[in-house]
Structure formats: C-alpha cells, structure tokens
Design a protein around this ligand. Sequence first.
Ligand SMILES: [Fe+2]
Length: 294
Amino acid sequence: MGCLAPHPPHVVYAENPEQNEAFSEGGWETLRWGYNRLARKLKAIDYDAMVIFTPHWQTYIGTHFLGLSEFKSKSVDPVFPNIFRFNYDISVDVDLAEKMCEVAGESGIITKMMRNPDFRIDYGTITSCHMLNPEWDKPLVTISSNSNAHYYSPEVMNEQASALGEACARAIEESGKKVVLISSHSLSHRHFVTESPLPEDMSREHIYNHSQYVWDMKLVDMMRSGKMREVIDIMPEFTEQTIAETEAGGLTWMMAAMGYPDYPAEIYGYQSVIGTGNLIAAWDPMESTREIVL
Ligand SMILES: [Fe+2]
C-alpha cells in the first residue's frame, strides 16, 4: 500500500501527543480526522515496515538510508519551533534499508547508509509517521531526497526518482517483506506571509492563491480516476507552477515502486495549512479492501 502523507507539523501540534512539548487547542480537523481514519485502516492490515521518502532530509551526493536500529533525540521544526519540539524514539529496519541501498546501488544510483548515531531525524518523517501510526510500533526505512530538481530540472528529478522507486520495489520483493510506502509532502506549496498570533486559529487558514487550488483539484481528480501515469507525466509542470515539494521526487518514487496504479486512489482529506494544499490519499492494491472514502 502507498500513502501520500503531508507533514505540516501543525497536525501533530493539534493532536497534542505526549512527545510534543507545545500545547494546542486543536485545529486542522479535516486533515487530522482523515489521517485518523487512514491510521485505523493501517492498523487492520498486516505489514512489516514503513518505508518513507522525505523531502526534508536533503542529500547532495546520492540517496541515503537510515542505517542504525534506533535514533532517539528531539526534533525542532526550523520554521515553527513554537509548535513542534518532538521527542522521538525511532526504530529502523536496517536489513531492509541495506537491501534497498544495495539494489539501488547495483542499478547505478549513488547510495550511502547513514550510520551517525547523532543524526537528527527530519520533521517530515516524524510528522507523517506519527499521524499514520501514533503508536510507533512499526520499524521505518527512511530515504533521503537527492536534489536533482535543484541540480538539473524537474524532468531529471522524475527520471531519477522513477529509477529509485523501481530499485526499491525490487529490494522489497527480494526481502519478502510487506511494507507500506509513504510519500511525505503536500501538493501546492505557496505559504502565507503573516502568521496568526494563535497558530490554530482556523479563521485565518485558507488557500491564498486560486491557481494553486485549481492545480491541486486537478491532481485529486486524476488520482480518483486512476491516472497515476499521467499524474507523473505532468509532475514537472505541476512542480514548477505550484512550487511543490514534489520537486524532491517522493510521489514519483512511490508511483514507480507501485507500478503506476491505474485504480482509484482513496481520498482521505484535503485542507490548507499555512496556505499550502495538503492531501491525504492512499493506493490500496488489494481490490477487496480498496474503499471509496471521500
Ligand atoms: Fe515540507
């Protein structure tokens, strides 16, 4: 199964988990309730690990994989330290990460295992994984994003991320494990420029640019119609016009790993957070459990 799981730290802040130091009065319920529903579905299926591709672990030489069995520290959002200071304790499926690193390396992709015990886990990984599995009872494999869009172009990003997705799928098949893939990012990514005094004041939360909204809805329609090959084909244009975090390659990676689904995506919610367009969606390859959620 694959999940598009946006990572504004606001949704973790709004949930008030014991790991986060900040306290909120709520907010962003449309997104959080969608996440809660998808988390319940994940509870009901049998899988071994979560494999997450994050745009907030950027590597400039190759693709890196977390390579120690435990990472424990505090993650502070660099833009919103007022709402996100999260004490994490993450377990990693190192065998699966090494297998992905090896298979991707054999296919010509530059790879490296991250073995620094003091390495700080990015808030994208923490937010998406917390919202999908608040019990934190599954090991992770976290994959960095190599900044091909920065170096070259979104077209090169699309090709490189596809190759990485195909390699990761081969590694997963060879491992014999069952995994949930996670692509951690929003859709359109235009931020507001003035933060409200109370972050969870929902009277201030809305999209700030209609063109961005129209792009997001276009993508949702295509996802509902099972047109993921077409979505990936237009990813370079979408990425440039909406300054989207898809520039890191997460959605392309996940769709390539899943063989570009031609069945409908499950839509769990869409909401603006600081003006960015956030969609929660999932691709369930099992027809017997695939649902029309929204
Ligand atoms: Fe982000």
